[in-house]
Design a protein around this ligand. Structure first.
Ligand code: PLP
Length: 417
């Protein structure tokens, strides 16, 4: 269709919010544990103990980045499992201790890993409140406080959104809940535990759990250039949690099953790399993203940005996360009169990988619940495209994408008419 444009040989991968390629450094760290060092960490002879040491070392590294004690880290098989363990773990512990069900607060823009756990609990008789977000996709403190009830036992708010990249004020929510909990003790009301889904946060945001004021934090390897199906749940000491997987008693009884030593070593290595490069990479990505966004909004008519516009934000090292309101690699736009999915397939023809809505729901025709929660009409949800940059994204690649998108939009709109 766009005869005078040739697709590049190398894929232009702009779907880093769905998953990232494995960093070669991570691959190198993993390799021994996929080959010679295959021992079971529970085995008492040298081969097993070498695996146990590698696991302990990974746990210490992850704990360091989360400003936590190694005992507060439970390794899991990814973000979804960490989230399930956090939500069901708190709910089951409460049910067991109090012989009744309670109330949980979350937001309308959570990942399905959270929303579907809450749906399942609702079917069991739990009360669930999903608070609205403002037009930028930010949970407002007032809304959250209004939702609190006498029997609230858990608040789960994601750190950064996977579709529109909005960063939630986790540390403020943490402080407010801590204040509330102090008054609830005197009233003999249950303590409200605070979980955050940090699966989109590992590359760009501060994961110090003491700064965030969370009791539970879910993180994973798949979005930080680490292996997939490996992650961790931070559980603050003293938080009552029931396991959801029973068996051999690994992970201090919280997650039975032979440990994924290779994956865990890779995950810890990936987290360390992300932290080391975070500040520099945030500046680079924000510049790339902001320039691209300004250009695309200027060169294509009737494009709107979904989520917070962070172009005016100047990174301030004194603020948590430099004061960012949106992940620096995230672009989410609605292109009027163009079906996001149609654009996606044309772009694939030009060796450009992007996504519509969230990757996990791209096989279903439902409009994105996140875009709808912003107060936008359905047609904006269907015409949305997410471009998520990564550490291998270059300016030349984005210039090419801009050219293709400009011509493609014109063509598709002409055909539509
Ligand atoms: C990817 C993602 C998850 C799920 O993580 P998996 O490791 O794929 O199970 C959960 N929440 C958010 C925000 C995510 O981006």
């Amino acid at each position: 269709m766009l005869q005078n444009i040739k697709p590049p040989k190398k894929l232009i991968y702009l779907d880093n919010a769905a998953t990232t390629p494995l960093d070669p450094v991570v691959l190198k760290a993993i390799q021994p544990y996929l080959t010679n060092e295959y021992g079971n960490p529970s085995s008492l002879y040298k081969l097993g103990q070498k695996s146990a040491e590698a696991l302990a070392d990974a746990r210490e590294k992850v704990a360091g980045i989360l400003s936590a004690n190694p005992k507060e880290i439970i390794f899991t098989a990814g973000g979804t499992e960490s989230i399930n363990l956090a939500i069901f773990g708190i709910a089951r512990a409460y049910e067991l201790a109090h012989k009744k069900k309670g109330h949980i607060i979350s937001s309308r823009i959570e990942h399905h890993a959270v929303l579907d756990c809450l749906d399942a609990l609702k079917q069991e008789g739990w009360e669930i409140t999903l608070v609205n977000v403002n037009k930028d996709g930010v949970v407002e403190m007032g809304e959250l406080e209004k939702a609190v009830k006498k029997n609230t036992v858990l608040v789960s708010i994601m750190y950064a959104n996977n579709e529109i990249g909005t960063i939630q004020p986790i540390s403020e929510i943490g402080k407010r809940l801590a204040g509330l909990n102090r008054t609830r003790i005197n009233k003999k009301l249950p303590r409200i535990y605070f979980h955050s889904d940090g699966c989109q946060a590992g590359n760009s945001l501060d994961l110090s759990t003491n700064k965030l004021g969370v009791d539970l934090l879910s993180i994973n390897g798949s979005k930080i250039y680490g292996p997939k199906q490996v992650g961790a749940l931070y559980v603050k000491a003293g938080t009552p949690l029931r396991p959801i997987i029973f068996g051999g008693g690994q992970e201090r009884n919280f997650r039975s099953g032979t440990e994924n030593v290779a994956g865990t070593v890779g995950f810890a290595t990936a987290l360390e790399l992300a932290k080391k490069n975070r500040e520099k990479e945030n500046v680079r990505l924000k510049n790339l993203r902001d320039t691209f966004l300004t250009k695309i909004l200027k060169s294509i008519p009737d494009i709107s940005l979904n989520g917070a516009d962070d172009r005016i934000t100047k990174l301030n090292p004194k603020l948590l996360n430099g004061g960012l309101k949106r992940l620096p690699n995230n672009i989410n736009i609605s292109i009027k009169d163009i079906e996001g999915e149609v654009a996606l397939f044309y772009l694939d023809g030009y060796n450009i990988a992007v996504s519509t809505g969230s990757a996990c729901s791209s096989s279903s025709p439902d409009p994105s619940h996140v875009i709808l929660a912003l107060g936008k009409p359905q047609k904006d949800a269907f015409s949305s495209l997410r471009l998520s940059l990564g550490k291998y994204t270059s300016k030349a690649e984005l210039d090419y994408v801009l050219t293709v998108l400009t011509i493609l939009t014109k063509e598709l709109r002409r055909i539509e008419k």
